[in-house]
Design a protein around this ligand. Structure first.
Ligand SMILES: [Fe+2]
Length: 394
């Protein structure tokens, strides 16, 4: 973590989250809007110094929380996203048009965008009428029980337990490159009893119901042994063609990191049309543009198909294409952050705008929201620039 001296600009003061909240996660700062300046963000009100302080704060703290942003314009979200991406493409990374498909975990819920800005998705839970010119909509908060191979029992749920639904970066993983940042704005937030996540080693993390959980890729890298770090730095991750279609019949491990067992993937020739040129491979370790000394372990475990690792001494490449082995390796590297002290779980308050470094953290939905109502905006823009390797992989 950088020093706790607060950084400020004309509009902002960056205040790291309390140690009780951020623990050992390396994550989290609140962006306080200074007195005397408009309290709801608008990009035209920002001075160059405000923009550079905000930009660096995200690279330093990975997740920024800005309170009381009720009334922010949807168009402000992609304008803010552009602060971190000079190669931003003017569409949501999930596509210009939203897609609903109950069998695809990426588009499982009803797909809606705001009328004022089609780069902003509407997500949440429950029935809404006459929202932003939309006569009637039923939103659905996805739950682990639909996606995990061994979901919590009814007794465990009654006891207040929940799970990490799916650790991921916002990344279609085919054709379109992921956004540098994601922004989520909480508009209607239900009041629900807290829940808890129980870890395999017995530890527990109390979370607000529906909290968004984050782990830092930098923390994940720091927990690896020197040999694992070297392996990760020398490895490229090959993702499946149209990976969310590929895994549409698959179920996840109980930690939400990867797919539980091999065998339910769809055959590649049964996927919707795809071409090799759009299939993606990314380094396993990504560079943080504002902290170039800080490697981030960034693997989208559900979508991984194979690994290629290079021996730096000889240049010899080893392909690991046994799917079970590939997933086991990736999970073992990522599993080290699965402890309460390495996770920041954001407890949503009405009006929050959370901006996170999509290429520096993994995040996950948690919680069962029952029949309560929640409404949020989400924006993550496609980029023309791929994630950068921390160290070029030969
Ligand atoms: Fe996401």
């Amino acid at each position: 973590m950088p020093s706790t001296t607060f950084v400020s600009s004309p509009a902002f003061t960056i205040q790291p989250l309390s140690p009780e909240l951020s623990q050992k996660s390396l994550i989290g700062a609140e962006v306080i809007i200074n007195p005397g300046v408009p309290q709801v963000l608008s990009v035209e009100n920002l001075a160059p110094e405000d923009v550079s302080v905000l930009r660096q704060a995200l690279y330093d703290y990975s997740v920024l929380v800005i309170r009381r942003q009720n009334g922010i314009e949807p168009t402000t979200l992609p304008q803010l996203a552009a602060i971190w991406d000079d190669k931003m493409i003017a569409t949501h990374s999930a596509g210009k048009q939203p897609i609903s498909d109950p069998k695809n975990i990426l588009s499982r819920t009803v797909a809606l965008r705001t009328r004022k800005c089609d780069a902003v998705s509407i997500i949440g839970n429950g029935h809404f009428e006459n929202y932003e010119g939309i006569p009637s909509v039923d939103l659905l908060h996805v739950e682990h029980s639909e996606f995990h191979a061994h979901p919590l029992t009814e007794e465990e749920i009654a006891d207040g337990q929940t799970r990490f639904y799916r650790w991921h970066m916002d990344m279609p993983c085919y054709q379109t490159l992921p956004g540098k940042v994601t922004l989520i704005h909480g508009i209607v937030i239900p009041d629900r009893p807290r829940q808890k996540i129980v870890f395999e080693n017995g530890g527990g993390l109390p979370v607000d119901a529906g909290a968004t959980a984050f782990v830092s890729g930098a923390r994940a890298f720091s927990l690896l042994t020197p040999e694992e770090q070297e392996f990760a730095l020398n490895t490229m991750v090959n993702y499946a063609p149209r990976p969310y279609e590929w895994i549409r019949n698959c179920k996840a491990t109980s930690d939400g990191i990867t797919i539980a067992k091999v065998g339910n993937e769809r055959a590649l020739d049964e996927l919707p049309e795809w071409t090799e040129e759009h299939v993606q491979a990314h380094p396993m370790v990504w560079r943080n543009p504002g902290r170039p000394d800080q490697p981030h372990l960034q693997i989208l475990g559900n979508c991984v198909r194979s690994l290629v690792t290079t021996d730096p001494a000889t240049g010899a490449k080893t392909v690991i294409d046994d799917l079970a082995e590939t997933r086991k390796i990736c999970r073992s590297l990522q599993k080290k952050t699965m402890a309460p002290e390495y996770i920041y779980a954001h407890a949503w308050e009405q009006g929050d705008l959370v901006i996170f470094h999509n290429q520096g953290v993994l995040h996950s939905i948690t919680g069962q929201l029952g029949d309560t109502k929640r409404l949020m905006w989400q924006c993550t823009m496609a980029s023309a620039a791929p994630p950068e390797a921390f160290r070029p992989v030969k």
